[in-house]
Ligand binder design. Structure first.
Ligand code: CTP
Ligand code: MG
Length: 230
């Protein structure tokens, strides 16, 4: 194996509360396959990725029904928050990899990811001292509410990007940053943990198709992308 290695870690231990269905959303069928299966197949087909880890909750009864993918291991160590699931997953594999190996953390809820986007992220970040993430420049006019349903100000979108995943950082530094996070509410992705350490992750332009499936109406759009209709 060449050094550094590239490892994918897919947090898939959420309940999908906003989706409002009985089954966690990562197992909802999209274009004939569970959302998580699309993501696992994409990573299994990404030639630069050395190994894939999927973090599910200990109580998960759905994961066993998914077909096994090459170079993929299921970790049953999901936590109460996304951050806890990622931290637990990184801790579980700590002895198997070098602290300087790259980890690409990707939401199970972003089935629109492609191998092209994975390759683009790796190409832009592999020589970076810190790491980086896929993100898209904000296109809407952004309003700040006064907290009572009224617009107080228009925020310039000039420097604003919407974060996506994968987010790619060195294993050791990322685990250290996640463990050091004192305000878990402000750590909603890996990049925010790195920022809290004073690092400035690189922004790499992703794609609208890599959006996070969150609400019931998102499923239709995700299916159109997965079927190649868009
Ligand atoms: N996730 C996780 N462990 C948690 C919470 C979330 O691994 N305790 C994962 C989800 O499975 C998902 C990703 O983190 O792949 C992004 O989270 P989100 O879209 O918020 O999913 P849920 O938390 O499941 O949805 P909701 O917030 O609506 O409950
Ligand atoms: Mg959530």
């Amino acid at each position: 194996m060449s050094f550094p290695n590239y490892i994918a870690l897919i947090p898939a231990a959420g309940v999908g509360a906003r989706m409002g269905s009985e089954m966690p959303k990562q197992y909802a069928l999209l274009a004939g396959k569970p959302m998580l299966q699309h993501v696992m197949e994409t990573f299994a087909g990404a030639s630069q990725i050395d190994h894939v880890y999927v973090v599910v909750s200990a109580a998960d009864t759905y994961i066993n029904d998914l077909p096994l993918q090459p170079r993929t291991t299921i970790l049953r160590c999901g936590g109460a928050s996304r951050q806890a699931s990622v931290t637990n997953g990184l801790s579980a594999i700590q002895n198997d990899w070098d602290a300087d190996d790259w980890v690409l953390v990707h939401d199970a809820a972003r089935p629109g990811l492609t191998t092209e986007l994975i390759d683009k992220l790796i190409a832009f970040v592999k020589d970076d001292p810190v790491g980086g993430l896929l993100a898209v420049p904000v296109v809407d006019t952004i309003k700040r509410s006064n907290g009572h349903g009224r617009s107080e100000a228009t925020v310039s979108r000039e420097l604003l990007w919407a974060a996506q995943t994968p987010q790619m950082f060195r294993h050791g530094r990322l685990l250290q940053a996640l463990r050091a996070a004192t305000d878990p509410d402000s750590i909603t992705d890996e990049a925010s943990a790195m920022e809290a350490q004073g690092d400035h992750p690189k922004l790499v332009e992703g794609s609208p198709r890599n959006f996070k499936v969150t609400l019931p109406e998102d499923r239709l759009l995700a299916e159109l992308h997965l079927k190649g209709s868009l």
